[in-house]
Write a protein that binds this ligand. Sequence first.
Ligand SMILES: Cc1ncc(COP(=O)(O)O)c(C=O)c1O
Length: 441
Amino acid sequence: MGAQQLLTQQGNLYKQQKGLTLKERTTDFKQWVDQRREAGVWSYNRVLDSAVSESTHVITDSGASKPMMNLATQDNLGMIRRHELQDAATDAMHSHGIHTGCSASLAGTNSITSEIERKLVKVTGCDEAILFNTGWAACYGAIRGLVTQDDHLVLDVLSHNCLQEASQLSTSKRYTFMHNDMSHLEQRLSRIRNADQSNAVFIITEGLFSMHGDSPDPYRLVELAKKYNAILILDLSHDFGSEGEKGLGLLEYIPKDFYESLVVVGSFSKTFASVGGFVLGPEGVRDRLVCFSPTYMFSLAMTPMSSGIINKSMDLVFSDEGLKLRKKLKQNINFARTCLKAQGIDIIGHKGPVVPVMIGDQQIARIATKELFESGILVNLIEFPAVPLEHSMFRLQISAAFSFSFILDFAKKLGRALDEARSAITVVTKNEPQSDLLLTQ
Ligand SMILES: Cc1ncc(COP(=O)(O)O)c(C=O)c1O
């Protein structure tokens, strides 16, 4: 394949792999990635060179360590740099060592993880909690442990990858409903229940969709689940701890009398400055997952340092201070949305610490990412295969730790980078043949 031909290839052509050997199966894609690297428009696998905060050092292509404004880190309430959490990690390491050395199903559970589970039960009012080593593992493990092949499953079409993958493997009676569309969900449920009254139906959705900055209607969800005798699995990865008066996200709107049909899943990676995940549910769910959740049984328990951080951050998040931080986060999100709109930037959704900037065109998105990197701003470019082709976007992570001047500054720089990327594309389209850089897509 000629170099020019490679440059014009779309990434999706490489999704399928053909060939008998690993070399045959990886070479074309590697060449395409290398050409993007050379053109400076490969933004995966950035290497950071300092602790993450709103200002973070990143290693450049030339190997230098460059200070950058950081809009790429999930730290909703600004917990990452807190000394109490660093001390909690050290204390946990001293009391419980550096490694759990075993699956949590067997001997990997310790007194810190048990304490976190008790705290989760206390703040949410659910009967039981169980911790996983990541949020992905918790969401995937809950579905794989609870849904079996006779069951029906209806999930929001934009649900996170861990929910989709688990659903695909759990049952062939799997349907999607249009994003947050409760009428469409009802159509699905009514059809299923008309045909089958004896098997379980699971509804799967999220409390806050990060890529779209929106939520389903909690009252309709519960009403429909009750009407059609369905079980709801709700992923609170993005809103637990950072949304709502009590910090419980969408759970604040779910009545307690529905808890017997509710399973909550979530992550500690966005608000609690650690890695880990959890599942909450009525009595019986925990024991079931201990034995039937593959990511619980066949994967190592979270490290003592992670659990020490989560344990302490739970205290902070669900305290008066946590409430203040949630208010500050909300102010920052609103201010960021106002500043970005003032720059003519297309943002979607209306809530949540992830502000999705829609770009669409992959070339513009890649060139804007390069411009931003050069002007000292780190953003996450989301492109195919994470989103469909021509739906490229930036996923800006807003934190309670940001100041208004920081937000104003990056909004202006983002506006400028997007303008420059768009005019670069216009110039090229006028002056064929195109340059290598712009053809790299
Ligand atoms: C909705 C949702 N669920 C689950 C996860 C996985 O969480 P973790 O990063 O803790 O594995 C994510 C992560 O982005 C997410 O957005």
